[in-house]
Write a protein that binds this ligand. Structure first.
Ligand code: MSP
Length: 800
């Protein structure tokens, strides 16, 4: 990276380079108020369960804080600027604003559907944010922390992050290929904060967590901080840099600023100012673990530089995994929160996420595990307990809580259990050990259940008088109901809708009103008064039948199908308009084996195969027949074409002998030299090829090989081996189906520059049209390795 000292309209930004920020490192919560935030979500795709997870966790925390009488401000929102959104919008044929508005609405709609109690929802395209962002930028300049320079280096569009390394470097965070950017930028003097940050972490041991995050962040900072480019000139979709509007603010600075602009930073309005004064610094930024560096390094440094206190804490949640991988759209393994809500309700989802996954760790989501937890803990556990007690209270006492005589040992024991639960639950929850908190509380559920069963208030034994039995019924039902009251109060932040129902059934009124009155500050045993009239019994968690899993899967399949169809429809429409010649019949046309996902990979084989080089195929899917499908008038010797997978008998040959993607040897590289003799094949398997298997240069010229960039990569439902790719050839975009799903995670492919056979006849697979083939080497086990470039190449460039 090369940088110069400031110039132009920002000459005043030179400053002394250090400023003198007052850094408040107050880590204690201001009594009586609590400000927490979710990450703001990119609007490049609709929300899925992974997004819902962070937001649900924040909602549970916000509800508990409010019910403890703490004035709480819960912020969420959408991150709408940057190259990633610009590209997604272009792909969808919409303006960035239209696109962002639609997806932001989806996020907000989902949060409302799930009854999440955010106090504010910010969009970074809102005026209030832009104003605040520009003020922050100007403040950083005025304090001498921003200067103008130029940057040449790598950029990961998917993470919107700068990456160290030469062209061809893969993003260390997401594994996608970076792009080279070279532009004039404004730089933030991050390097000036290395020591300050380390001191800050030291002085505030609770600032970040879990420990793994803390360790990673500290080691990142210790490794040395370089100044950070904080503007872009090659991206238009962003907040203009004040005074130099050909720049837009780097999207991460823009996004992080939401936490203060939403409160009112940058506004002159007294209400906004008061809100900012009251709630900043944030008590908690809850984030996904992959964005710790931005929140624990850049964000406190920006704030320190601007003279604003850093947040009090940042906590990273782990990833929600599905089918073994991080749930994400590009991976094609998403589940929608709506699906679970439709079949089991939002509370079931909240309970599962908080109970099943120890916060901070990755956790697997599966419909089976969800239904098992739901039935075990909610339907048969808490729900059944409530229903038994409420029904018996109605049956034996007309729904009115009876007077109770002296406690027996059994009641003492249950009361002590409840006291323990109260003591343990709060601190565990507040330490974000939600799973532990719930586990402890469910011990009380089980003990209450056991107490009920042991004392059987429904069964009069002959030796017990009517009077004694009535006293037992009163004592046991009132005691069990009291335990339920305690359980319900504690679990309310996690099961708000169900707790509200139970609260009514216990004759306690509206739990939301109780929460406003800080009811969690006084839930000690003994709150259920004699004479209280119970509400009508109402079902809580109807047992999930066997088909629940199937129903959820069906909804998801349907969602995926619709999404793929929509995408392929759009793609086809695009193709229809395209004038580029890509539909010409090709010598390399490949027929997929009937049952297989389609093989849009051309493999360069390692070779004990005495023939050849260009091998279209899909690993593990195809027999050798497809080459014969090449049109006969193409004059391409079909024997030179062989299909992956690599024949196990050939597996001994090494890749090093491959006629490769390497630039100098082998048929591809030599094609441009008028040398049809196989020269250059001296070190390749082609040297052993009988002359009859050679092709001449004209044959080769028929194959239109082009550089393309992968824009979209996703799995095709019900086709294990198939990925649907959308690639950009510069002059047009295309859809290609490739049989590489077992070897490449789709999300890691996005942004990669690859080589495709561009003039392959289009063909349909799984109802989707494929327009081209990828070029890849094929390893011994049949695994493809996509061809790529070490230098920058323009999209659409022809390989010859
Ligand atoms: N826009 C940035 C955040 C800016 S905050 C100033 C961003 N957006 S994101 O939409 O890609 O992801 C936002 C958050 O969604 C993640 O940090 C994480 O909290 C959540 N998750 C998305 N997928 C997830 C899982 N599969 N599992 C758990 N959380 C995940 O990063």
């Amino acid at each position: 990276m090369e940088s110069r000292l400031p110039s132009g309209p920002f000459a005043k930004c030179t400053g002394d380079g250090m400023g003198n920020p007052s850094i408040m490192s107050d880590s204690a919560q201001t009594p009586g108020r609590y400000y927490l935030t979710t990450p703001i979500y990119y609007v490049n795709a609709r929300p899925h369960l992974g997004h819902a997870y962070s937001t649900i966790v924040c909602d549970a925390i916000a509800r508990r804080k409010r019910a403890l009488g703490i004035e709480t401000w819960f912020l969420t929102g959408t991150d709408e600027h940057g190259q990633k959104i610009e590209r997604s919008a272009a792909q969808a044929g919409k303006t960035p604003m239209e696109f962002a508005t639609a997806i932001s609405g989806e996020f907000r709609g989902l949060w409302d559907r799930l009854h999440l109690t955010y106090d504010d929802f910010i969009r970074t395209t809102e005026e209030r944010h832009i104003r605040g962002m520009q003020k922050l930028f100007k403040t950083l300049c005025d304090k001498g922390y921003i200067y103008k320079g130029s940057y040449t280096g790598q950029y990961c569009v998917s993470d919107e992050a700068y990456v160290d390394g030469p062209p061809g470097t893969v993003c260390p965070d997401c594994g996608r290929m970076t792009e080279t950017v070279s532009e004039e930028n404004y730089f933030f003097k991050l390097s000036a904060f290395e020591r300050k940050l380390l001191e800050f972490y030291e002085a505030n041991p609770d600032f970040m967590g879990p420990d793994s995050t803390r360790r990673e962040v500290i080691s990142f900072v210790r490794g040395g901080l370089k100044d950070l480019s904080v503007s872009r000139t090659t991206v238009a979709w962003g907040v203009p840099v004040p005074g130099d509007e050909k720049h837009v603010v780097y999207v991460w600075l823009d996004a992080l600023a939401n936490y203060i602009t939403a409160l009112g930073y940058g506004s002159d309005d007294p209400t906004d100012k008061a809100r900012f004064e009251k709630f900043w610094p944030a008590d908690l930024h809850l984030i996904g673990k992959e964005i710790s560096r931005f929140h624990c390094v850049y964000w406190p440094a920006f704030l320190m530089a601007a003279g604003i206190a850093p947040p009090r804490s940042v906590r990273a949640n782990g990833w929600l995994l599905f089918d073994q991988g991080k749930m994400s759209k590009s991976r094609g393994n998403i589940v929608r929160a709506e699906t679970v809500d439709t079949v089991l309700g939002a509370d079931a989802l909240r309970y599962f996420l908080l109970r099943e996954i120890p916060f901070g760790q990755d956790g697997s989501f599966s419909f089976d595990a969800l239904v098992q937890r739901y039935n075990g803990d909610l339907a048969n556990g808490y729900g059944n307990l409530v229903s038994r007690v409420v029904n018996m209270m109605h049956k034996y006492f007309g729904g009115v809580v009876p007077e109770v005589g002296a406690e027996t040992l059994a009641e003492v024991s249950l009361r002590e259990s409840a006291d323990r639960a109260i003591v343990v639950f709060g601190p565990a929850f507040d330490a974000m050990s939600f799973s532990e908190a719930l586990k402890g509380l469910w011990v009380l559920v089980a003990e209450t259940d056991g107490y009920l069963t042991a004392n059987a208030p429904w069964k009069k034994r002959p030796e017990v008088s009517d009077e004694e039995f009535a006293a037992l019924q009163a004592r046991v039902l009132a005691t069990a109901a009291e335990a339920i009251r305690v359980i319900t109060a504690l679990v309310y932040p996690i099961l708000p809708e169900s707790a509200a129902k139970v609260w009514r059934q216990l004759g306690q009124g509206e739990i939301a009103d109780a929460a406003k009155n800080a009811f969690l500050t006084e839930i000690a045993w003994g709150g259920l008064q004699a004479g209280i009239k119970f509400g009508e019994p109402a079902p809580l968690f109807p047992r999930a039948e066997k088909d629940a899993v199937e129903r959820m899967r069906k909804i998801e399949d349907e969602n995926n199908r619709t999404a793929v169809e929509a995408a392929s429809g759009a793609e086809n429409a695009e193709h229809a308009d395209s004038s580029a010649p890509h539909a010409a019949p090709s010598a390399l046309s490949v027929e997929p084996a009937p049952a297989a996902a389609s093989p849009s990979v051309v493999s360069v084989q390692p070779s004990g195969d005495k023939s050849s080089s260009l091998s279209p195929g899909v690993s593990g899917e195809h027999n050798l027949t497809q080459a014969t499908h090449a049109p006969t008038d193409q004059n391409v010797p079909v024997k030179t074409i062989r299909v992956a997978p690599v024949d196990p008998d050939l597996a001994s040959s090494r890749l090093s002998t491959t006629p490769t993607t390497a630039p100098t040897k082998g048929p591809l590289a030599d094609a441009g030299q008028k040398d049809e003799s196989g020269a250059g094949s001296a070190t390749t398997p082609a040297e052993a090829s009988p002359a009859s298997q050679h092709i001449n240069i004209d044959d080769f010229a028929k194959v239109d090989l082009r550089v393309a960039q992968i824009l979209v990569a996703e799995r095709v439902p019900k086709a294990d081996k198939l990925l649907r790719l959308e690639v950009d050839l510069g002059y047009e975009k295309r859809q290609i189906l490739a049989g590489i799903a077992q070897y490449y995670e789709p999300e890691k492919l996005i942004g990669r520059k690859i080589v495709i056979v561009a003039n392959l006849a289009p063909r349909k697979m799984r109802g989707l049209e494929s327009n081209g083939m990828l070029l890849a080497a094929s390893l011994e086990d049949g695994a493809p390795v996509l061809a790529g470039f070490l230098e920058e190449v323009p999209l659409g460039a022809r390989l010859k």
